[in-house]
Ligand binder design. Structure first.
Ligand code: ZN
Ligand code: ZN
Length: 363
């Protein structure tokens, strides 16, 4: 789907929300609606192009004049700053202008108000964010490509013997990130989590100078950024033959992950997907050792709605791309997480975009 079609979808929501125009200030929302990738921008999308509210506008600063013209040839581009007040001031008076109260800061809103004195501004939280939850074909293709790149990087690391006793967590993490970049990634989607031995029991452990040792569980949570989209995968390995407790722990999490993936379907409440996986871990007596939600959406942001958790609201819908990532963490010993990024499709099971094997690999 093109950016113009996404703006057309937004117009329908503007009509139902009683807005003549929406001020778009979140950079990823701007990118989603216009294709502009610069680091400073705001946009206005109008409910009726050519009507009283004028036309769609993109505003950025002089550094991006050429880039904006190239990336958004179908849009009127305003070069001015700061972008949000500047573009808001170009919307004709008397129009019902909404802003995204979920993302615009208090200071940002104050600056916009100063630019349009006396104008009524309407809260309109999350209109673009909700559109972004459902991925179009272009987006799914981009996420799939990011997942394939990340898979390849990890396979290459393993093939090269890069996950081995004697290296530090930091060294292996840098190696993996370097491989992703050399394969074409803009960079890692987030700081790689590489946690060995007892550190693997820390859900978001940052790679340290800890040296990998034979017998360690090594948990690797990583992603590739490609064309603005992301992947998110976790695999847990054992350096050498696994002890019984390591094998059992991995098997438990593997079963929980499979239950979560099986429950991930169009129309299922997000809390029910979380419960399907969590109950496996609860029943095994490790409920306290699974202290996070089951997963999250993946798109232009690596962590975005929908949020799959016990308290999550809403239902899974076809077109979403989400992770399923249960984990069990035994403090002082080690932890296992298994995470995949999956595409929810109508009338069938979700399709895993991350394709690395899930069984415990003993290196
Ligand atoms: Zn992850
Ligand atoms: Zn994740």
């Amino acid at each position: 789907m093109g950016h113009a079609e996404r703006r057309a979808s937004l117009r329908e929501h503007l009509h139902t929300s009683g807005l003549d125009a929406l001020l778009v200030t979140d950079l990823l929302d701007v990118r989603y609606l216009t294709g502009f990738t610069g680091s400073n921008a705001a946009a206005v999308v109008v409910a009726d192009p050519g009507g009283d509210a004028g036309t769609d506008l993109l505003c950025t600063d002089g550094r991006y004049r050429i880039q904006a013209a190239e990336q958004c040839p179908d849009l009127d581009v305003v070069i001015d700053r700061p972008s949000a007040p500047a573009v808001a001031s170009r919307v004709p008076a008397g129009t019902r202008l909404g802003y995204d109260s979920a993302t615009l800061t208090v200071d940002g809103l104050a600056a916009v108000r100063d630019a349009v004195p006396g104008r009524e501004l309407r809260r309109a939280p999350g209109l673009v964010g909700r559109l972004r939850e459902t991925k179009d074909d272009t987006e799914v293709a981009a996420i799939r490509a990011a997942c394939e790149l990340a898979d390849t990087a990890l396979r290459d690391l393993l093939d090269a013997g890069g996950l081995a006793p004697g290296r530090t967590e930091r060294d292996v993490a840098l190696d993996l990130e370097d491989r992703m970049r050399r394969l074409g990634a803009a960079g890692p989607s987030f700081d790689t989590i590489l946690a060995a031995g007892a550190n693997s029991a820390i859900p978001h452990h940052g790679p340290s100078e800890t040296v990998l040792r034979r017998g360690d569980l090594v948990k690797i949570d990583f992603g590739a950024a490609l064309d603005g989209y992301h992947s998110d995968t976790t695999r847990t390995f054992c350096l050498g033959p696994a002890a019984d407790w390591q094998r059992d722990l991995h098997a438990l999490v593997d079963t929980a992950a499979a239950a979560g993936r099986a429950a991930l379907a169009d129309g299922t409440p997000v809390a029910a997907v979380d419960a399907a996986s969590r109950s496996v871990i609860d029943d095994a007596g490790y409920g306290e050792e699974f202290p996070h939600g089951l997963g999250h959406g993946v798109g232009l942001a690596v962590h975005e709605a929908p949020w799959l958790s016990r308290n999550g609201f809403g239902t899974i819908a076809a077109g979403q791309v989400v992770t399923v990532e249960p984990g069990v963490y035994l403090e002082g010993h080690g932890g296992v997480r298994i995470e995949d990024t999956l595409h929810v499709v109508a009338g069938g099971p979700a399709v895993a975009l991350t394709r690395l094997p899930r069984e415990l690999i003993e290196l």
